[in-house]
Design a protein around this ligand. Sequence first.
Ligand SMILES: Cc1cc2nc3c(=O)[nH]c(=O)nc-3n(C[C@H](O)[C@H](O)[C@H](O)COP(=O)(O)OP(=O)(O)OC[C@H]3O[C@@H](n4cnc5c(N)ncnc54)[C@H](O)[C@@H]3O)c2cc1C
Length: 390
Amino acid sequence: MRTQVAIIGAGPAGLLLGQLLQRAGVDAVILERQTPEYVLGRIRAGVLEQGTVALLEEAGVAERLHAEGLPHAGIELAFGGRRHRIGFEATGAHVTVYGQTEVTRDLMAARAASAATTVYEAADVALHGFDGERPRVTWRAGGHSHELACDWIAGCDGYHGVSRASVPAGAISTYERVYPFGWLGVLCDTPPVSDELIYANHPRGFALCSMRSRTRSRYYVQCGLEQKVEDWPDGRFFDELRARLDGAAASALVTGPSIEKSIAPLRSFVAEPMRFGRLLLAGDAAHIVPPTGAKGLNLAASDVRYLSRALVAACRDGDPAEVDRYSERCLRRVWKAVRFSWWFTTLMHRFPDAGELGQKLQEAELDYLVGSRAAALALAENYVGLPFED
Ligand SMILES: Cc1cc2nc3c(=O)[nH]c(=O)nc-3n(C[C@H](O)[C@H](O)[C@H](O)COP(=O)(O)OP(=O)(O)OC[C@H]3O[C@@H](n4cnc5c(N)ncnc54)[C@H](O)[C@@H]3O)c2cc1C
């Protein structure tokens, strides 16, 4: 079997890359370890930057997104018992609330409607020869071994994938911070407590009121890493959430049975470079951000924007210049999003070792943020997504 681009992973990065390549006439095969149902069952991101929406339009998969997505022109910060709005109007941009699951569903449907090959339940995927001219990928499925020859390998297989792990240790540098807390998240079919997302800084810990639609809410509370989902029946979760919100939000909160509940650890991670010969990494395979800034999915999309253009130029036009620039271009944007996500996480969460001074400093910074047009604009500009460098 032979293709131009072997894509490892059918998460948003891999599926979006496959769709953009296919529309440009470049042949790609996607290899995914899990079943499609498993991939769709993962509840993750829900806030799309305008650049991500534009890329989904370019990929021809934005029809339902435009019909069902919710445009948001600001967020609210809750602290000291009050809420303060940070508007995005001065940036000229907005974000769109539309779940990662729905983005994935739309991309899967578009791929299924095309003749493109996707192999689900591909076990023991292994990458070979990407330091030379003839890379190959092997895997096992249905009790048989398979091999795919290709020109390029796109490693879109997330943080725990095989692509980054296949790079010799001496060729890669990694930068990492694991935060001393996690997010306990609950999804429920209740109307959201507010029209816009509420980010709460409270002495009991951070809380986030988010949503996936007008009838589906996603709520989070900061929790200790030792906590277990079983320790948090719905009643306890909503009591804790209410305690961290301002009075108006606490009394407006509509609760209902959770349809998903999970604890996610928070991490900042970057691997450099993002290209190793004929292997190119994209999305969570190369970097992770804590979800506070809503950047994970959007960064995966912005990598794919650069990668799709680079691979089309290399495969269709025989021009490798964009591939040569890929890593450096992506990383400039990646590091800015990593910085913003770290800053917003640091501002909004209780850190075990921060003490009273830490809390006072957070309160002063929040007060500055909501009182200064310049500071509020800097938050808004980063939240809606920094411009692309073309
Ligand atoms: C629990 C959780 C909650 C999150 N919440 C938010 C949020 O609220 N906001 C936000 O912006 N971001 C959030 N994120 C981050 C966001 O979901 C990711 O940044 C996004 O999924 C990245 O897409 P990706 O395609 O790069 O990676 P992934 O979505 O991880 O996809 C990688 C794919 O590769 C497959 N794969 C892995 N290993 C192999 C292998 N060896 N062979 C073949 N296939 C393989 C995986 O099964 C998966 O389907 C969250 C992430 C997690 C884990």
